[in-house]
Ligand binder design. Structure first.
Ligand code: NDP
Length: 447
């Protein structure tokens, strides 16, 4: 479908031409540019200043070879990436994804989304993202360390506490951040806040582990409150069983909801009595097992191979695994089963058609760039603590996170209302995130 605005259409065609076949990146750009139509239509300076032409082009895109030796003595070669997308409002900031599906398109889509998400937090961070097609699953600790050290040997040339500060993402947790931090320090001789998600003994922040999942629930609760409702007694379906999913489940339960599902890339669990978070943490964080092990802890639960989380009856759906995991068919099942809220813990987990369908069906839809911004917001709090050489309590960090998510909800709600999109939080998030970046880009001239 063509854009109504000729300038946006011209820019999008150029993005398609320059990034052929990069479907995730093109999907993210299209969705964001669609929300910009009323803003760009009103003000010709976007075109004269080339704002949209510049915002869709990464400032820098680095691709590199990552060679390492496995436990059998064989040389392995992976591909590493860092996309430094936009630094108008602060140093680049965004996670490192380690997953076989990682490619240039995925890294660019995540880097692009990160620009607006970081801006929405109200904190001074530009947008970036990195990763590798390395698969940490089934690797020994020594292999993980060998990979992380090799990856950081190249990445260390491009990052720094005031230039680019990576964090965790799929496949990159506390263990990987630790190995990467150690290698950065060895190479650069600097003990600085160059990564977030660090361990508590070397500069990490309390509540960073919980932040994305907790933040997702804080914003969902605020939205429900503004519609005269709450999470209390809601039945919730969650996908994923990683960092975001685990702490989303925990906070949902603390708010009085019952979460009945979780999943990994092999299958999913249905637990009618509510997911046992302690068991889930032991399986995933300690033993690094598959979800088939959940039945050992909760014999009354069901395990199913494949995909199926969105087929259960629920009031609230929280996709917390990966991109494009909730499609039109899933959205139809959710609506038929009476779901009233979809809030994205993952990045772009809902396809465009599914998002449109959910919104047209009156489901409150909170997009990832707003709903999962609690992680990067708390990373910024970790950076503040590092530069001040301070360590805040869990309660201090958690209450700042809560305030950021509540403010963020009102920010996107107001932006949606201002441009005639009341209740459309996708448009609200894109516009609210965009406004600050545009102001900074305009002030800094054509760079
Ligand atoms: P984890 O690696 O901790 O967990 C990811 C979970 O999703 C795992 O259960 C994994 O299963 C599952 N998963 C991953 N890929 C697929 C796939 N292709 N199909 C089905 N299931 C899959 O990652 P996080 O929890 O950190 O990240 C989840 C999402 O949240 C991502 O989209 C990430 O970008 C986003 N996010 C994360 C933030 C953070 O602070 N961690 C911040 C903001 C967004 P398996 O183990 O079998 O692969």
């Amino acid at each position: 479908m063509a854009f109504k605005n000729a300038y946006l259409q011209k820019v999008y065609e150029k993005v398609e031409q320059r990034n052929p076949g990069e479907k995730e990146f093109l999907q993210a750009v299209r969705e964001v540019l669609e929300s910009f139509e009323p803003v760009v239509e009103k003000d010709k300076s976007f075109e004269t200043n080339g704002i949209i032409d510049r915002i869709v082009e990464p400032e820098r895109f680095i691709q590199f070879r990552v060679s390492w030796v496995d436990d059998n003595g064989n040389v392995q070669v992976n591909r590493g990436y860092r996309c430094q997308f936009n630094s108008a409002i602060g140093p680049y900031k965004g996670g490192i994804r380690l997953h076989p599906s990682v490619c240039a398109s995925v890294i660019k889509f995540l880097g692009f989304e990160q620009i607006f998400k970081n801006s929405l937090t109200g904190l001074p961070m530009g947008g970036g993202k990195g990763g590798s097609d390395f698969d940490p699953k089934g690797k020994s600790d020594r292999e993980i360390m060998a990979f992380c050290q090799s990856f950081m040997t190249e990445l260390s040339k491009h990052i720094g506490a005031d230039t680019d500060v990576p964090a965790g993402d799929i496949g990159t947790g506390a263990r990987e951040i630790g190995y990467m931090f150690g290698q950065y320090k060895r190479l650069r001789g600097l003990f600085e806040g160059v990564l977030t998600g660090k361990g508590l003994t070397y500069g990490g922040s309390l509540a960073r582990t919980e932040a994305t999942g907790y933040g997702l629930l804080y914003i969902t609760e605020e939205m429900l409150k503004c519609h005269g409702d709450s999470m209390k007694d809601k039945i919730v379906a969650v996908s994923g069983a990683g960092n975001v999913a685990i702490y989303a489940i925990q906070k949902a339960q603390q708010l009085g909801a019952k979460v009945v599902t979780c999943s990994d890339s092999n299958g999913w669990v249905y637990d009618p009595d509510g997911i046992d978070v302690a068991a889930l943490k032991e399986i995933k964080e300690v033993k690094r097992q598959r979800l088939t092990a959940y039945k050992d802890y909760r014999p009354a639960s069901e395990y199913h191979e494949g995909k199926g989380v969105w087929s259960v009856k629920c009031d609230v759906a929280l996709p917390c695994a990966t991109q494009n995991e909730l499609n039109l068919e899933d959205a139809k099942m959710l609506v038929a089963n009476g779901a009233k809220v979809v809030a994205e813990g993952a990045n772009m987990p809902t396809t465009q058609e599914a998002t449109d369908f959910l919104q047209e069906s009156g489901v409150y839809f909170l997009p990832g760039k707003a709903a999962n911004a609690g992680g990067v917001a708390t990373s910024a709090l970790e950076m503040s603590q590092n530069s001040e050489r301070l360590h805040w309590t869990f309660e201090e960090v958690d209450s700042k996170l809560q305030k950021i998510m509540v403010d963020l909800y009102h920010n996107i709600d107001n932006a949606a209302k201002k441009y005639g999109f009341e209740g459309n939080y996708v448009a609200g998030a894109n516009i609210a995130g965009f406004e600050k970046v545009v102001e900074a880009m305009t002030a800094q001239g054509v760079v």
